[in-house]
Design a protein around this ligand. Sequence first.
Ligand code: TRP
Ligand code: SF4
Length: 333
Amino acid sequence: MVKQQMKSNHLKTLLSGMRPTGRLHLGHYFGVLSSWIKLQNKCKCYFMASDWHALTSDYVDTSMINNNTLEMLADWITIGIDYKQSIIFQQSKVPQHSELFLILSMLTPLSWLKRCPTYKRQIKEIKNKDLNNYGFLGYPVLMAADILLYKAEIVPIGDDQLSHLEFTRDIARRFNNFYGNILIEPKEKLNKISRIPGLDGRKMSKSYYNTILLGETNDILKKKIENLFTDPLKIRRHDRGHPDDCVVFTFHKIINTEYSDIRKKCIIGSIWCMLCKKYLMEILSEFMGPLEKKRKNIISDKTFLEKIIKMGSQKAEAIAQNTIDEIRKAIKF
Ligand code: TRP
Ligand code: SF4
């Protein structure tokens, strides 16, 4: 009876993180943040700014990392991450991450890192930075350390991070095989909408300059929507359109509950692209309007933001140290 009760009261532990690369956009929101918000009442949550991960690729110019961390934190709070309920922290402020990273790197077969699809893709795609460094190859090891330190059971991620989560489970299993059952194999939580289009129809990403920022001002939002591509075959007002070839429609699909009505009207030519954009603008600005003001207030008080992250990091450190104690004992150090 007591046992059963304990089981039902057990809040699962959730950890997720983001690299501080600047202000967040709708891609982050629909990709993972919306699921952080949904789950923060249901789980014991850790939300981490992974600045060491930023360093793996931005080691030449580190000048933006700290400020980006605060900008990102402001975004989190603006969209409803509750720093009183969840632990919000900065990776580099919790030294246990680097300790576990070091220990795990001893057990990591090089072949596991070299075959990682994210690694291979980024080495191929990213040409403006030299990513032939040891730290970047070790990116998944650091991410595994982040997750395993808190014995997180649930990890919300975008689908581009899936291979890192598989790596995390593999390394946890390997550790447990060698030293006893200490680490927990986490499960990913993927959002239903995994690919948010940017203004040009490619994946929304800062490096493509195609983003809509969270808390974008109404003027900029309007310009961005006005410039969106539509179906090139729908030229005149009553031309029949192909919504699935239209960026405007992909946005409707994500944020407009009545998107199927838009689809129908577009196909039979009873809606005009200008009007269709106007509807989209209305919905987006209803969502964004309050964010802009709220964000401005939050970012204006950097001392407050620094305090939140410092307090969160202290709380995280206490938990992380428990795991490190267990691990040191297990490896007889
Ligand atoms: N690598 C993740 C990303 O780029 C960020 C991250 C770092 C993370 N550590 C994590 C995500 C731990 C989940 C859990 O999106
Ligand atoms: Fe796209 Fe809307 Fe124009 Fe159809 S009516 S092509 S969905 S903008």
